[in-house]
Design a protein around this ligand. Structure first.
Ligand code: GAR
Length: 196
């Protein structure tokens, strides 16, 4: 059984989908920790409701990224975390976490990377008037949404697509795809995960 930590900054609907997949048995992993950089985020409420331990912090209480990531790293060790799952965590991962967990940090992004990286990916897709966008799950490296791609799924855009309708479609795909990809990764050995 692999131990995972989910990192989130907001609503945490992807975190919830992962919790649900563990509860219904389709994901054979243990969610040992939520890490959240917004103590008032709804993701924290979801952790409490599910009885999952959480570490909530405010970045400006620390001198820099290295300082809070050192604290996070200690938590990951304490909770024996094998895989870090970013689910709407709106911060770049720095060298402190990357060097310890390289090849064992994954992210979900609401576009078909390398198209529309960074913030407001769905708004970027709408403004570009693309007909197809989607969801990408990828390994995290030092760049912005730039690591090796693990899985992608497309979403069709209609003529009168809005940010709300697109978000609903994207979330529906994310909530299926992310738990399935995590299951695929946790059922591989650690060496295989490291080697991609
Ligand atoms: C998700 O759509 C995820 O793809 C996106 O944030 C949302 C979080 O929703 N992530 C990024 O944009 C990362 N660059 P949630 O809090 O409801 O899971």
């Amino acid at each position: 059984m692999k131990n995972i930590a989910v990192f989130a900054s907001g609503n945490g609907s992807n975190f919830q989908a992962i919790i649900d997949a563990v509860q219904d048995g389709s994901l054979t992993a243990s969610i040992n920790l939520l890490v959240c950089d917004k103590p008032n985020a709804y993701a924290v409420e979801r952790a409490k409701a599910a009885g999952i331990e959480y570490f909530a912090f405010t970045a400006k209480d620390f001198s820099d990224k290295q300082a809070y990531e050192t604290e996070i790293l200690a938590k990951l060790a304490e909770y024996k975390i094998d895989l870090v799952v970013l689910a709407g965590y709106m911060r770049l991962i720095g060298p402190t976490l990357l060097s310890a967990y390289e090849g064992r940090i994954i992210n979900i992004h609401p576009s078909l990377l390398p198209a529309f990286p960074g913030k407001d990916a769905m708004g970027q897709a709408l403004r570009a008037k693309v007909k197809v966008s989607g969801v990408t799950v990828h390994y995290v490296d030092a760049g912005m949404d730039s690591g090796p791609i693990i899985a992608q799924e497309t979403v069709d855009l209609t003529e009168n697509e809005t940010i709300e309708t697109l978000q609903e479609k994207i979330h529906r795909v994310e909530h299926q795809l992310y738990p399935a990809v995590i299951q695929m990764l946790v059922s591989k050995s650690r060496e295989e995960v490291k080697n991609g």
